[in-house]
Design a protein around this ligand. Structure first.
Ligand code: EPZ
Length: 471
């Protein structure tokens, strides 16, 4: 869009620039420095400017693995899940299942879950409080055991994350649900099975759709859910449930009909590739003006990002399940984008896209409409030299206007995707970027620094382990 376009009559001034400072060229990495930190968190040190090349193998999807792990609780017997990303969130999810009495083996991206020993309907609240995905177990527990007591979920700090839609939906299936002492306490009305019913979600919440699908699978009557989420992860969950014996129709549209089944039996299933990891690496290629290939990828899942990157001037081709992204020119065009539920532009790629836009020509506008507070990365991108103004949930990104450029400095990841956005900015920045708070990024990116290094990026991880630093 034209760089003089201004949608706001009286915009606040751009915050005083912390840049253009001299790019940082090194950081102290002495063990003493880190051991003084009472909460040592790994850090990534990135020397920016390297061109990327080569191939990246995409891991299994976190946001598909989490509900599918929860769904194993709907089944008797053993489930074997393949292509499960080894992440702190998936490990926490397996520990949630373990706290209920499930037997778990997690090795080499394969998780075997035996649920016959499940004897509790109350997962360890300290584990549930660590992330959003743990709350999914409320649906399977209620469906299979008639009762669930689940602490309110934690997760990234990206705005209020209520569970009202979950609660109303479970009530529509005949459950008696109360929220007290920071817990959701749910029981089936007759002490036996959920009843099935009709329910329209006020908003196509991904987690609520998944939870209600799992709950409805074992209900006594047919269930019709409308205004449901249509994300590919919903389809992956439905495929797993179908393998276990569930019967549903309409998945991938805005209505899902789930038919009566009295029992589901554990199954073997391969988790879909992570479309958000894919999009993040596509943006890594774009922000560094490089050429990389990625697989396995289903380009249709990312068409909203692909269209924008092509519009910016990147070249994207695909053959079978392999995608190639290249951008041979420094002069890429900015664009406007607003996040929406699938098939709209994913909120989980908004922060990374903003980092990319700060390296493009022209003014770009980013609107975040899914979460109310997903802008915390802006402050960190500004530290790196990005010129961004925020008005509520809208950000204006001034790109390379007036010689703006990214320069390395010390930054802090405060949530998963925001953390990835500053990693991407660090790859493109002049000098050295030190990314702190890396445990947030570890929740969602498997082997991040190894994958980036294989592409030629200069990224080092520093871990604090008791008495010394490990690189
Ligand atoms: C899932 O979160 C993903 N998490 C998120 O991934 C993703 O950002 C989000 O979907 C949207 O795509 C997992 O799958 C584990 P929502 P979820 O319910 O299910 C409001 C990442 O970075 N809402 O679709 O929690 C809610 O406040 C992450 O990997 C209600 O108001 O998202 C939000 O504004 C973080 N009441 C909107 O809906 C409810 O009862 C969308 O949330 C439920 C949700």
């Amino acid at each position: 869009m034209a760089s003089n376009f201004n949608p706001y009559p009286n915009p606040s001034p751009i915050p005083p620039t912390p840049h253009h400072p001299k790019p940082q060229t090194h950081f102290s990495q002495s063990p003493q420095t880190l051991s003084a930190d009472p909460n040592p968190d790994p850090k990534l040190v990135i020397t920016g400017g390297a061109k990327l090349s080569g191939h990246v193998s995409i891991s299994g999807s976190k946001n598909s693995a989490l509900p599918i792990l929860a769904a194993t609780l709907c089944c008797t017997g053993t489930s074997k899940l393949k292509n499960v990303p080894n992440l702190s969130d998936t490990r926490t999810m397996t520990s949630v299942l373990g706290s209920l009495g499930a037997e778990i083996e997690f090795s080499d991206n394969e998780v075997v879950v035996k649920t016959d020993g499940v004897g509790s309907v109350e997962p360890d609240p300290t584990r549930i409080g660590k992330f959003r995905g743990g709350f999914f177990v409320v649906g399977p527990l209620l469906a299979r055991f008639g009762e669930a007591v689940v602490g309110l979920p934690g997760g990234c700090d990206i705005g209020a994350r209520p569970v009202d839609i979950y609660v109303s939906g479970l009530r529509a299936l005949g459950a008696v649900v109360e929220v007290r002492d920071n817990k959701v306490v749910a029981k089936t009305a007759n002490g036996k099975r959920l009843a099935g019913g009709r329910f329209r979600l006020d908003y196509p919440s991904v987690g609520a759709t998944e939870t209600l699908m799992m709950a409805a699978c074992l209900a006594e009557g047919k269930t019709l859910l409308s205004n449901v989420a249509r994300e590919p992860e919903i389809i992956d969950l439905a495929r797993f449930l179908t393998k276990t014996g569930a019967h549903m129709e309409g998945v991938g549209t805005d209505k899902i009909c789930i038919y009566v089944k009295s029992r589901l039996l554990g199954a073997e299933y391969g988790i879909m590739p992570d479309r958000i990891e894919t999009g993040s690496f596509m943006l890594a290629a774009a922000i560094t003006r490089s050429r990389i290939s990625l697989s396995p990828v289903f380009p249709g899942w990312l068409s909203s990002l692909i269209d924008k990157l092509v519009g910016a001037g990147c070249k994207i081709t695909h053959k079978h399940n392999m995608l190639e992204v290249s951008s041979s020119t420094e002069d890429l065009r900015g664009f406007d984008v607003g996040t929406l539920p699938y098939p709209g532009f994913p909120t989980d790629l908004q922060p990374q896209t903003m980092a990319f836009l700060s390296t493009c020509n022209d003014l770009s506008i980013v609107d975040e409409s899914v979460f109310e507070n997903r802008m915390t990365h802006v402050k960190e991108l500004q530290k790196l030299g990005a010129k961004i103004q925020v008005f509520g949930s809208t950000a204006l990104i001034y790109g390379k206007e007036k010689g703006n450029k990214l320069c390395g400095t010390r930054v802090l990841a405060s949530d998963l995707r925001g953390g990835m956005s500053i990693v991407l900015a660090g790859l493109a920045a002049e000098g050295v970027t030190e990314v702190n708070g890396v445990s947030h990024i570890d929740r969602g990116y498997e082997n991040l620094e190894n994958k980036l290094r294989l592409l030629g990026a200069d990224v080092k991880r520093f871990e604090f382990s008791k008495s010394n630093l490990q690189q």
